[in-house]
Design a protein around this ligand. Structure first.
Ligand code: TXA
Ligand code: MG
Length: 311
C-alpha cells in the first residue's frame, strides 16, 4: 500500500478516540505489542485494517475494551471464565466467547475474542472511546509484531490516521488466547500466561496442540505464516558461534556477528521481536535462537520461535 496518509503522531488519548469515532485507524501501544485499532462497529474501518496489514480475510480480530465490566455485553461469559477475568484483567489475556453483540465486527464467526489491555495509554484511549475497538498486532501480516515506537513509526507513518505515543510494550509477545466458546476451554495461544498458570484457575483447561518438552515438530493446522523475520530462524541447543550469524538466548557464548545475551525469560520475551527486526536491518541471514529458561514464559517463547522457524 502507498504511504499517502497524513499521520498524526500524538500522546493525546482523547484525540485517538476522536479519530476512531470518525472511522480512522489508530496505532496504539498495549502491554503486549503495538496494535492497529478501528471502531469494531464500523465495517469499512475494520476492513481497512486487513488491507493495511495484507491480512488473510478469514483471520479474526480481537475486540479491545476499556473495562472488564463491558465484556458480558459483547460475548457470553461462562461461569469458569469469571475467575480469569477477575485475576488477569486488565492484562495480557484474550478470551474467545460466543458472540452476543451482532454489531461488532467478526469474520462471519459466531465467536468473538475480547481483551482488556492494562497499558495506561490504551486504557485511556478505550475509555474515551467508550466502545469496542478491534485490533490485531501492528505489523504486516506474517512479520514479527512491533514492540518499539521507532519501528511503529517507520512501518506505519503514512498508512494509518494516528499513532498514539506511550511507553513501549513491557511484555513483548502477544496476549494469551483462551477459547471459552467450547467446553472444556482450550488454550489457543500461550503468552505471558501459559497453561500452567491458567490451569490453577481453570483445572480442565486443554493445552494447545503444539509441542511438548523438547519437541520441534511443526504444529498441524497452523494455517498462516507468523512472526517471522526475513532471516532464517533456527532453534538450537548447541550451535557453535560463527561470524556470519546472529544469536539470541540466555547466557550465550561469544563469537557471533550479532548477539543478544539475556538474563531470563522476561527479557527474552521483551526483546525477541525487536531483535528479529534488528537482524533484518543488518542484513543477517541466519538467526539462532537458544532455549528459554525452564520458567514462566517458556511456552510462549518456544511457540513464537518455532513458528518463526517454520515459515
Ligand atoms: O496482544 C495481543 O493480543 C495483540 C494486541 C494488539 O492486543 N493483538 C494481537 O492480535 O495479537 P492478532 O490479530 O495479531 O492475533 C489475534 C489472534 C489470532 O491468532 C486470531 O486468529 C485469534 O487471536 N482470534 C481472534 N478472534 C478469534 C476467534 N473468534 N476465535 C479463535 N481465534 C481468534
Ligand atoms: Mg498478529
Amino acid at each position: 500500500m502507498s504511504k499517502n496518509k497524513t499521520t498524526i503522531i500524538t500522546e493525546d488519548p482523547s484525540l485517538a478516540a476522536k479519530i476512531l469515532k470518525e472511522g480512522g485507524i489508530v496505532l496504539f501501544p498495549t502491554e503486549t505489542v503495538y496494535g492497529l485499532g478501528a471502531d469494531s462497529r464500523n465495517l469499512s474501518s475494520c476492513l481497512e485494517i486487513y488491507k493495511i496489514k495484507n491480512r488473510p480475510a478469514d483471520n479474526p480480530l480481537i475486540v479491545h475494551l476499556g473495562n472488564p465490566a463491558l465484556i458480558p455485553d459483547i460475548g457470553e461469559v461462562p461461569e469458569n471464565a469469571r475467575i480469569l477475568i477477575r485475576q488477569c484483567m486488565p492484562g495480557p489475556l484474550s478470551l474467545v466467547l460466543k458472540k452476543i453483540d451482532k454489531s461488532v465486527f467478526s469474520t462471519g464467526l459466531t465467536t468473538i475474542a475480547v481483551r482488556v489491555p492494562s497499558h495506561p495509554k490504551a486504557l485511556e484511549m478505550l475509555s474515551y472511546f467508550g466502545g469496542p475497538v478491534s485490533a490485531p498486532s501492528a505489523n504486516l501480516s506474517g512479520e514479527p509484531s512491533i514492540t518499539r515506537l521507532d519501528d511503529a513509526i517507520s512501518e506505519f507513518d503514512g498508512l494509518v490516521d494516528l499513532i498514539l505515543k506511550g511507553s513501549d510494550p513491557e511484555i513483548g509477545l502477544e496476549s494469551t488466547v483462551v477459547d471459552f466458546s467450547i467446553s472444556p476451554p482450550k488454550l489457543l495461544r500461550p503468552g505471558y500466561f501459559g497453561w500452567e498458570e491458567l490451569q490453577k484457575y481453570v483445572p480442565d483447561l486443554e493445552d494447545y496442540s503444539l509441542l511438548k518438552e523438547g519437541d520441534i515438530v511443526s504444529s498441524p493446522g497452523v494455517k498462516y505464516k507468523h512472526y517471522s523475520p526475513k532471516a532464517k530462524v533456527i532453534f538450537t541447543e548447541n550451535q557453535t558461534p560463527d561470524r556470519e550469524s546472529a544469536a539470541i538466548g540466555i547466557s550465550l557464548t561469544r563469537g557471533w556477528k550479532f548477539a543478544l545475551d539475556l538474563r531470563n525469560n522476561t527479557e527474552y520475551m521483551k526483546n525477541l521481536y525487536s531483535f528479529f527486526r534488528d537482524c533484518d536491518r543488518l542484513g543477517i541471514s541466519k538467526i539462532y535462537c537458544f532455549p528459554p529458561a525452564k520458567a514462566s514464559g517458556k511456552e510462549a517463547l518456544l511457540n513464537r520461535i518455532l513458528k518463526a522457524q517454520e515459515s
